[in-house]
Design a protein around this ligand. Sequence first.
Ligand code: UDP
Length: 477
Amino acid sequence: PPSPPPRNIALLPPPGFLGHLIPFIELAKKMVLNHNCTVTLIIPNDGSSMEPQKSLLRHIPTSINPVFLPPAPAKDQCPPENSNPETLLPTRVTRSIPAIRATLSSLREMGTPAAALVVDLFAPFAIDVAREFGIPAYIFYVIAANELSLAMDLPKLHEEEEQQHQESQIKLPDSMKDRNSEDYKWALDLSNKYLEADGILVNSFFGLESEAFHVLEQGHPRTPPVYPVGPLIRTTTTSSSPSSDDDDDDHECLGWLNNQPPKSVLFVSFGSGGTLSTEQFRELAFGLEMCRHRFLWVLRTPQENTAAAYLNTNNKSAEVKDNPLEYLPKGFLERTKDRGFVVATWAPQIRVLSHGSVGGFVTHCGWNSILESSVFGVPMIAWPLCFEQKMSAVFLRDGLRGAIRVKPNELNGVVERDHFSEVVKQLMDEEGEPGTKIQKRMTEVKIAAADVMDQEHGSSALALSRLVHKWITINPK
Ligand code: UDP
């Protein structure tokens, strides 16, 4: 008799970058919990510690099988370590291609061949491996549809005349303005490779980015089909029992939050690897002091080069040695002890944002943070640091109308204490404008986010269901 169709799906997140691994794990959970399939999570290794990844994978359902690849061999021609993620990550993934191929082979030998391969936005070159095995290849785009739309524009922009390019350049992030740069070249290669995918899953939803999804639908004839499947945010529920992450549950900041009035606390956090300069760190401290509002601040030791620090310390365990508390202004903790709480260097962000005492979120505009704030309807203050975060900040303020954006001083690039304190008041003062409007808007977004994830009727849940169904009912060659 013919063998039954494979019910195993292979997912390929990038090495490092917990901000990408988290949505991959959630995607895997949705697949196995709702679709009676198994997932092989192929995790590349860039030579750094895999402990942060392993700790995230502690509570996953048993039908998700993580496979940790061996460290990728270093090649002579590595891009410099201070390159953009667009340059660094694809190189690291490409070096792992032989190990990815070996994993797919061994799955086939074990009788659990992959029915499809779903790869990270930094790993589209692995599409070629899926082709070798005759299985569909999809991209999981874990950041904004807005970004995807830009990526899809790039091949076309590239072909246009230099003059026109300069006009359209305004839309491009800084790193892509110089056509001769390595970062531009890599971004273009990635975009061209996306066009070869069978489809692109996006961790977003219509209610959040309707304009970007319309542009993607209409504007780009060569774009593969795009499926909004989000918001997928971190959950701690396993297959059989709703157990939770012990570290998260016990965190002392939650006890503190329990004792604060509803919607009174401003949560301040810059993602898994975001850092401020020493000057900026102190300025923020003074701003929090001045604003007189309650706050919960996740401290990380200041670093002078934010982008470089991001790529080196982008994980929980690589916590920098210094104690961030030592950088606070003298007497800060004493002066703010009645209304402030600081945490070094990690907070259970989902628990915090879902807590009734939290009324605002100062965010570096990482996409997971934006989705999490949306799911819990928390108004934001957009404080982008680097990479695509600046574009996201513009979207949060102008597109979503869910945030106020801080303005750094044009001369020194620092967000100054008076300005910051003013922005906090605008967001957090009761009955103040624009705070109330933003709160109303974020409540609408929260409802829309819940609707799309409804397992029976939600557009994101249904899109994923249909895809998984399609994959597991076709046989690979
Ligand atoms: N996060 C957290 N505690 C922290 C900092 C970050 O739980 O103290 C989580 C946060 O909830 C989010 C992820 O780490 O899921 C950060 O992802 P995001 O895309 O916002 O930013 P990135 O770290 O990728 O820049």
